[in-house]
Ligand binder design. Structure first.
Ligand code: COA
Length: 707
């Protein structure tokens, strides 16, 4: 029993705004409910009608008896009153099809908020508003105004766009694809994609979860739910709005606030979600996951009746990161003894243009029986003598026999092959028109298998770094002082104190406000040291003579202080000057960067890569959400994704750098930014990592007022 059963498997459904007028949505919903074979009670609600679609009407929901779910199809001005009546009558779920809420602007948003409040008051859950409705083909229930009900199947499709849902439904009738659930999310005012992904993951009729979304509204909850759900079933998401103008279109579409695409990319990867790049890919993957067994490895055999497509498929396999299987000796001998001498017996196996179905059958079975083969792609082009149906029969028969290895069919053609394609569809064999589509889908199957394997392995090795007990009081008082002075960019001496408070190795910065103070500080730091002007308005310090390196004595420091302040004041008289920062000269070492930006949906995001002057040139960065970096394993992976890692391991005879110190620095930075919401941006550049230890030379932190 799932938590949303009152929506997917209700005992009774009312349609408020049901109509006898065939042109109206309220009619279409009643028609779907009846025609899909729903076995529960259907009550049309209409104050003027006796009967609709042969069913007895009730004048209002209050007269309808016990109703689990109400579908609302009355104009927007009546929706709130009707929803209240539903609440008073004990309805558990609302499906609000009516449009005219947040998608139409400010007033609509207010209406939507009131509607949500009504749901909260009466403990109702709501799908929509501004949606097409919901379908469960196994109940069966079609509480929507779609033109027809999808075939029964094992794909749950959750879509933020109603139009997309309708198009997919229409396409599914011609392609023979079946669905377990169809959910149109609409404005997601109460229930959103997270609730439905969770529900589909727990539900027995669904094998693969497919989503089209424009935004995620609760980042943290999404990560948690998707991570758990993807361990049970594959989740494939097409997230639109990846391009800048796409994001704008998405936000004007449903009033969604689009998050940054990088954050989505890493959030999906982190939670095991497969991301489809376009509609084609979404459904190519869905077909493979819905019909194929789980893949147990990345080695692919290709059987073809023509050279060209075989080469295209081979190229695609190699490009995708899968590998072309090397047959065992026995398989090669078997092929040699049974195929014509002109046939290519190595992978890809070319059974030649004159191949009869028996030759396909023989080669396919030989490949499937080979322990070096994990998956097979069967390519077929329309040669005059080929019987596409017989080849399809072989594929079907052998998929049943070798049920643990995915077979993907590529029937490259149209008319001549359509009977074969139909048979393959009917028998749940994933079938594509071009080799690249099949390879792409196979890659998805293999990636998901790898994710599951890695999950199991990581679980054994998982080491959570103990939470570092940083000195939060110091940090809070620094924020307090800065905000009191209306400063959002912290000074170097402040950021180095913050780092120190969280155990981040830092080349400490001291602020001197007079020449005398500079002199005495220098005596405690030691020489050689560096002096930098401290001013929020001066970003390029060297341009105004605001940096001096290699100072060797207290006298030099005293003189430099006077000279630097005078010089900078002359050049930029309007810039406020706090004093001069003093810092010990650090030894040379590889320069790295750790950065943090915040994403609206997913929170702080950490970047790591080559730093110093290389940052923009090389763009060698890997990203993680800060929340993932509590795992040492994840920090390892983050470092290993960069070129910097090659350098740190000891590139060309150089000594290995202290990777443990680097990992600790990354983890503590992640913890710091998670502990303090006030931190808006942070940049540690350069961070030098030595053979022993690490040292942050420059840390920039921008803060914000929390409301
Ligand atoms: N209780 C019960 N029935 C009521 C009612 C109430 N409080 N108020 C009105 N009705 C009846 C009407 O009398 C009518 O029945 P009738 O045909 O027998 O007269 C029926 O409900 C529908 O009302 P009507 O005023 O005819 O509205 P409509 O059908 O033209 O439009 C919507 C209603 C909901 C379809 C429309 O407002 C809307 O939002 N359309 C967009 C939907 C959409 O695109 N959704 C998003 C998809 S992605």
């Amino acid at each position: 029993m799932s938590k949303l059963d009152f929506l997917f498997k209700p005992n009774s459904v009312a349609v408020i705004g049901a109509s006898n007028n065939e042109q109206k949505i309220g009619h279409a919903v009643i028609k779907n409910l009846v025609e899909c074979g729903y076995q529960g009670t259907i009550v049309p609600i209409n104050p003027k009608e006796e009967k609709i679609f042969g069913l007895k009407c009730a004048p209002s929901i209050k007269d309808a008896g016990q109703i689990d779910t109400a579908v609302i199809t009355v104009p927007e001005k009546f929706v709130e009153d009707v929803a209240k009546e539903c609440g008073e009558s004990g309805v558990k779920g609302l499906i609000v099809i009516t449009a005219g809420f947040k998608e139409v602007g400010h007033e609509g948003l207010k209406r939507e908020k009131r509607l949500r409040d009504i749901c909260t008051t009466y403990h109702m859950r709501m799908l929509g508003p501004n949606c097409v409705g919901l379908i469960d083909t196994h109940t069966p229930l079609n509480a929507s105004f779609t033109p027809g009900t999808p075939y029964q199947g094992n794909i749950a499709f959750i879509s933020q766009s109603g139009a997309m849902l309708m198009s997919i439904l229409d396409w599914s009738f011609t392609s023979g694809i079946g669905f377990s659930q169809f959910v149109s999310l609409g404005n997601k005012a109460n229930l959103n994609e997270i609730d439905f992904v969770k529900n589909a993951a727990e539900e027995t009729n669904t094998k693969v979860i497919l989503c089209y979304i424009e935004d995620v509204v609760e980042g943290e909850r999404f990560l948690k739910t998707a991570s758990e759900a993807s361990k049970k079933k594959p989740i494939i998401i097409l997230k639109s709005g990846a391009s800048a103008s796409g994001a704008q279109a998405a936000s004007s579409h449903t009033g969604a606030l689009a998050g940054s695409d990088t954050a989505y990319e890493i959030a999906f990867r982190q939670s095991g979600v497969l991301r489809a790049q376009n509609m084609n890919e979404l459904f190519e993957l869905a077909v493979a996951f819905s019909r194929s067994p789980i893949s147990h490895g990345d080695k692919v055999a290709i059987i073809t009746n023509s050279g060209g497509p075989g080469i295209v498929a081979t190229d695609a396999v190699e490009k995708s990161g899968l590998s072309i299987a090397r047959f065992q000796k026995e398989t090669i001998e078997l092929m040699q003894n049974n195929l014509p001498p002109e046939a290519n017996i190595y992978n890809p196996v070319d059974v030649l243009g004159d191949a009869r179905p028996e030759r396909y059958h023989f080669s396919l079975e030989a490949a499937l029986a080979d322990n070096n083969v994990d998956n097979v792609i069967v390519l077929l082009t329309p040669a005059a003598i080929i019987d596409s149906v017989e080849v399809a029969q072989s594929i079907i028969e052998l998929q049943q026999k070798y049920y643990h290895k995915p077979i993907l069919a590529v029937y490259m053609g149209g008319k001549a092959l359509e009977d074969g394609v139909e048979l393959l569809h009917e028998n749940q064999i994933p079938t594509y028109t071009f080799p690249e589509q099949a390879v792409n889908a196979l890659q998805g199957l293999v990636n998901y298998a790898r994710f599951k394997e890695k999950e199991a392995k990581d679980k054994d090795q998982e080491k959570q770094e103990p939470v570092y007990q940083g000195d939060q009081r110091i940090i809070k008082s620094i924020f307090y002082d800065a905000l009191k002075e209306k400063r959002l960019v912290l000074r170097g001496d402040e950021t180095s104190q913050i780092a120190e408070a969280y155990g981040i190795p830092v080349n400490k910065i001291h602020l001197a406000r007079s020449a005398q103070e500079a002199k005495s500080i220098s005596e405690t730091i030691g020489y050689p040291l560096v002096m930098k002007i401290s001013s929020p308005d001066i970003i390029h310090k060297s341009d105004v003579g605001g940096i001096k390196l290699g100072l060797h004595s207290a006298e030099e420091v005293e003189k430099t202080y006077e000279r630097m302040i005078k010089h900078v004041k002359n050049l930029v008289p309007e810039a406020p000057i706090f004093g001069v920062e003093l810092q010990k000269m650090a030894e040379d070492g590889p320069e790295l960067i750790i950065g943090m930006t915040k994403d609206v949906q997913f929170g702080p995001m950490i970047a790591f890569g080559l730093g110093g002057i290389y940052v923009n040139l090389i763009e060698d960065v890997s990203f993680r959400l800060a929340s993932a970096l509590t795992s040492r394993l994840e920090v390892d992976k983050m470092i290993q994704e960069t070129k910097a890692y090659t350098l740190l391991k000891g590139y060309r005879g150089k000594k290995k750098a202290d990777l443990e110190a680097l990992k600790t620095t990354i983890q503590r930075t992640a913890q710091l930014v998670m502990d303090f919401d006030e931190i808006n941006e942070m940049d540690m550049n350069p961070l030098r990592v030595y053979q022993q230890g690490a040292l942050a030379l420059d840390i920039k932190i921008t803060i914000e007022h929390l409301l």
